[in-house]
Design a binder for this molecule. Structure first.
Ligand code: WT7
Length: 646
């Protein structure tokens, strides 16, 4: 039983870490008992233009719904990540960039250099007319300019909306339009695993559906020839010529928006999760320190993409606020071969690596040799995020990668939470493979049953958070009602995570996965409704239902059931066409792994699709479909079972 498998805190970590087991109990206890003074105290880790005198001010109740933290404080997030480090560590490395192509040289930027690059980029944005509160869409590969652009927005108070460079022109256009941004920052091309991604061409295609787009700043990343619209497009290297290298940071209210990041939900199109300045930065910085106990000189590597919240909080904001050396990797884990991650670790003497279980499972499949032939002696800590880690992958990470020396920091959190919520601290928490362990200070997780009753003791239920924390999202961009509806109505007075969880007898938390219609594909969130709407846009499709299914590498795969319009017949060619249709509409991560043509879907008499049945069939668990007698036409189930895609 993994619940009984306990990995104690290694003595080196107990000796080195800022917080030990007693320290954790004390810190956590105080955070809940006296949140006001606890959080004002924590706020001192940031550099404020005006220090706040109020901490949390919030209510999850409908009548008085509001969430504010440090609302009377003023600060600039970029100044916290850069300027305040200049005096003491201006010459220390802030950013290491490791290129896709291993034969190329990495690039390094000290805090002083990063400060200058960010100031230049900020002035380029200003020269294009960008001011405080404007939305800037960033559609960039993992190149240093991505970091410059993000921090440049923060410096001038513009709200960045980073769109993952793997998203399609259609998905990009939707996100540009939703937040009303008139400017996009992109590159000629991206590189990933030796392949090129036509980013500028994608922006050109998106522009056709985004009439509000007026300016495109293009970074020449690969030097490829790309179409150029002289009235709309500007090369970054030209725009920066003659631009001053200083730019005063804009004073921002703690509750002024910092960024929007689109994420999938169980209904409708992706929503713009909005984070604000003070609380978010405090959360990113505090959790980075607590979970990873970063010390000057350590090389920190979060192997995520800046297109996801993990990249925002743990490549950029958290580590830079803490004065860390953060590594940014342009490539993929298994190119040129499955040793790449560990070669990068050796090349830069990485102290901590933070990655997703899906990457570990893929590397595990390629065999231990790729790991064994590297040194990895610089590694002291291993992080994971994005999905539940199966104990087998956990043990492989611990033994084969970390040689049994490195604690594994399994962090549970969400785009909405800004940073880690349930996670171990290396000097304080004994580990159990597969458990995210204990809550961070100020985080008050509870388990509730479907009736909303709070469950106590060792049990399983729906995971809710009973009080606000500084890193909590503040709204859905442009839709106040949707924020409240999505997160605070299922269990009134509490934040609904959408996850299920188990709490064991030792008070350890085990995330069991989503309880809503969200699929976790390779640690990325995909809404079933989104994939379904993409499918029904196809002229031959009448109806579609999408569910998750277990997948060895991705954690969950996408299984789609499709009903065709009359006059159209299923075929292998159409199946392929539909899969690439979804890839084109949303992006490769949304492409169904399996697609079944179904003459009918299992619906109740009131027309509701019974997804429970579809999930069971997708899983291959056809012996326990449960009660199907309430279906309008129970016979559709027989056809679904008979034609299941194995
Ligand atoms: C969902 C959030 C957190 C940043 C990356 C994903 C799942 C995330 C874990 C973990 C079990 C996890 C949850 C969550 N999840 N981390 N350590 N153990 N599940 O952010 O796209 O907002 O997805 O990812 O289901 O709700 P996201």
């Amino acid at each position: 039983m993994p619940e009984q498998e306990l990995y104690p805190v290694p003595p080196e970590w107990a000796a080195r870490a800022r917080i030990n087991a007693d320290g954790y109990d004390l810190l956590y206890g105080r955070s809940l008992a006296d949140p006001g003074s606890f959080w004002l105290d924590q706020a001192k880790r940031l550099d404020w233009i005006k220090r706040p005198e109020i901490a949390g001010d919030w209510s999850f109740d409908k009548a008085d719904f509001h969430i504010r933290w440090f609302a009377d404080g003023k600060l600039n997030v970029a100044a916290n990540c850069l300027d305040r480090h200049l005096a003491k560590r201006g010459g220390d490395t802030a950013l290491i960039w490791e290129p896709d192509e291993p034969s190329e040289q990495p690039r390094r930027f000290t805090y002083a250099e990063l400060h200058q690059e960010v100031s230049v980029f900020a002035n380029v944005l200003k020269a294009q007319g960008v001011t405080k509160g404007d939305r800037v869409t960033i559609y960039l590969p993992m190149i240093p300019e991505a970091a410059f652009a993000v921090l440049a927005c923060a410096r001038i108070g513009a709200i960045h909306s980073v769109v993952f460079a793997g998203f399609s022109p259609e998905a990009l256009a939707g996100r540009i339009e939703d937040c009303g941004s008139t400017i996009v920052i992109t590159a000629d091309e991206g590189r990933r695993g030796g392949k090129r991604v036509p980013l500028k061409a994608n922006v050109d295609a998106a522009a056709a559906h985004a009439p509000g787009l007026k300016t495109v700043i293009v970074v020449a990343a690969t030097g490829a020839q790309v179409p150029f619209d002289a009235t709309r497009d500007r090369w970054y290297h030209e725009a920066r010529e003659g631009v001053p290298a200083t730019c005063p940071p804009e004073p921002m209210g703690a509750e002024d928006p910092l960024f929007i990041l689109y994420t999938s939900g169980s209904t409708g199109q992706p929503k713009g999760v909005m984070h604000t300045s003070g609380g978010y930065l405090l959360w990113a910085s505090l959790t980075h320190e607590l979970c990873f106990d970063y010390r000057p000189g350590d090389v920190w590597w979060c192997a995520a993409d800046i297109g996801w919240v993990t990249g925002h909080s743990y490549i950029l904001y958290g580590p830079l606020a803490n004065g860390a050396t953060t590594l940014m990797f342009e490539g993929v884990p298994n190119w040129p071969d499955a040793s790449r991650i560990w070669q990068v670790v050796d090349r830069h003497k990485v102290h901590t690596i933070f990655t997703a279980p899906t990457a570990l499972r893929a590397l595990m499949k390629d065999g231990d040799d790729f790991v064994a032939r590297t040194d990895r002696s610089s590694l002291k800590l291993l992080g994971t995020v994005g999905e539940p880690i199966n104990p087998e992958a956990w043990r492989w990470y611990h033994e084969v990668v970390g040689g049994g020396r490195c604690p594994i920091i399994d962090t549970w959190w969400q785009t909405e939470t800004g940073g880690a919520m349930i996670a171990p601290m290396p000097g304080a928490t004994a580990l159990k493979p597969g458990s995210a362990t204990k809550p961070m200070p100020g985080v008050d997780p509870q388990l509730v049953n479907p009736e909303g009753e709070v469950l106590s003791g060792a049990t399983e239920g729906n995971l809710v958070i009973a009080r606000s924390w500084p890193g909590q999202m503040r709204g859905v961009w442009g839709d106040r009602e949707r924020f409240f509806q999505t997160y605070f109505t299922t269990y009134p007075g509490k934040y609904t995570t959408g996850d299920g969880a188990r709490r064991d007898a030792d008070g350890y938390w085990w995330i069991t996965g989503r309880v809503d219609d969200v699929i976790n594909v390779s640690g990325h969130r995909m809404g079933t409704a989104e994939v379904e709407s993409a499918l029904v846009l196809h002229p031959e499709v009448a109806e579609a239902a999408v569910v998750g299914m277990p997948h060895d590498i991705k954690g969950q795969g996408i299984y789609a059931y499709v009903t065709l319009n009359s006059g159209h017949a299923p075929s292998e060619a159409l199946r392929k066409d539909l899969i690439s249709w979804v890839r084109k509409e949303i992006g490769p991560i949304a492409a169904p792994d399996k697609l079944q043509f179904a003459p009918g879907l299992p619906k109740t008499r009131s027309g509701k699709i019974m997804r429970r049945i579809l999930r069971k069939i997708a899983e291959g668990d056809v012996s326990s479909l449960g009660d199907t007698s309430t279906l309008a036409d129970p016979s559709v189930v027989d056809d679904l079972v008979a034609n299941r895609v194995a």
